[in-house]
Design a protein around this ligand. Structure first.
Ligand SMILES: Nc1nc2c(c(=O)[nH]1)N[C@H]1C(S)=C(S)[C@@H](COP(=O)(O)O)O[C@H]1N2
Ligand SMILES: [Mo]
Length: 241
């Protein structure tokens, strides 16, 4: 988008403030999230368009070490399957994260293989939509590194990620997937990622609300559509903070 059209769009968003206007502009500039339309569509579109334009590629806030929360909250549930128990009892030695879909070289990564990529640690806040939050140090491999190794095909638009826990599969757009702070995490506060916080592998998406940071991730699929894929269940698909 040119500088002028960007300014015009921002002016329109600020000046009219109407959801219908924002919706039309978002549509015109290709900024409609996949859950646009329906009862809550206009509101979601406004958030997505406004955030994508105003925030762009900005970084989620990172905190100094002394801000790390002493007792982080957790929603605690874990996959209730025999397969998950089996993998856990074996120290997740057989856990795999598949990278597939619109990639040149599909991958199936063990924890050891994930850890062989250059890691990044960042101290960020995990913010639940219900109003609580905590700060922790997260360690993992930038999803961008893994996607690059797999070779993302040019028609890619979204990344769908699956959890070993039912009902938590979700998706993000490619920009968020390639953002340097979006990590496939396997460590928290200097130790292995605890099961309560989604171990052995959790996708941390620190620029969005906590429900986008899906725990027990075992598959990442690159797509050009979200048709037929779950997109956040009853939550808004785009959860920028
Ligand atoms: N697989 C899975 N991922 C999940 C959830 C879950 O229940 N299962 N809860 C989400 C929500 S709503 C929140 S607030 C955070 C909670 O993360 P925590 O348990 O590390 O505090 O995980 C998110 N990711
Ligand atoms: Mo949450």
């Amino acid at each position: 988008m040119s500088r002028t059209s960007r300014r015009n769009l921002l002016g329109a968003l600020a000046g009219f403030g109407g959801l219908a206007v924002a919706d039309r502009l978002a549509d015109r500039y290709g900024l409609l999230p996949p859950d646009a339309g329906g009862l809550y569509g206009a509101g979601h579109s406004l958030t997505y368009a406004a955030q994508r334009l105003l925030v762009g590629d900005s970084l989620a806030r990172e905190f100094p070490r002394h801000k790390i929360s002493a007792s982080p909250f957790s929603t605690k549930g874990r996959p209730k399957t025999a397969e998950f128990e089996r993998l856990a009892n074996n120290g997740f030695a057989e856990w795999r994260v598949a990278i597939d879909g619109l990639v040149a070289r599909p991958l199936s990564l063990s924890l050891a293989e994930l850890k062989s990529y250059a890691s990044r640690s960042q101290i960020t806040q995990l913010t639940c939509e219900e109003g609580w939050s905590f700060v922790a140090e997260w360690t993992g491999v930038p999803l961008a590194e893994v996607l690059q190794a797999a070779g993302v095909l040019p028609q890619a638009k979204y990344v769908v990620y699956a959890s070993a826990q039912r009902h938590w599969d979700d998706s993000i757009d490619l920009a968020e997937a390639l953002h340097p702070q979006t990590l496939l995490t396997y460590g928290m506060n200097g130790r292995d990622l605890p099961l309560d916080h989604g171990g052995p592998v959790r996708l941390r998406v620190p620029r969005q609300l906590a429900y986008k940071s899906v725990k027990f991730v075992n598959r990442v699929t690159v797509t050009d559509t979200l048709q037929g894929h779950p997109a956040g269940g009853s939550y808004a698909w785009y959860a920028g903070i």
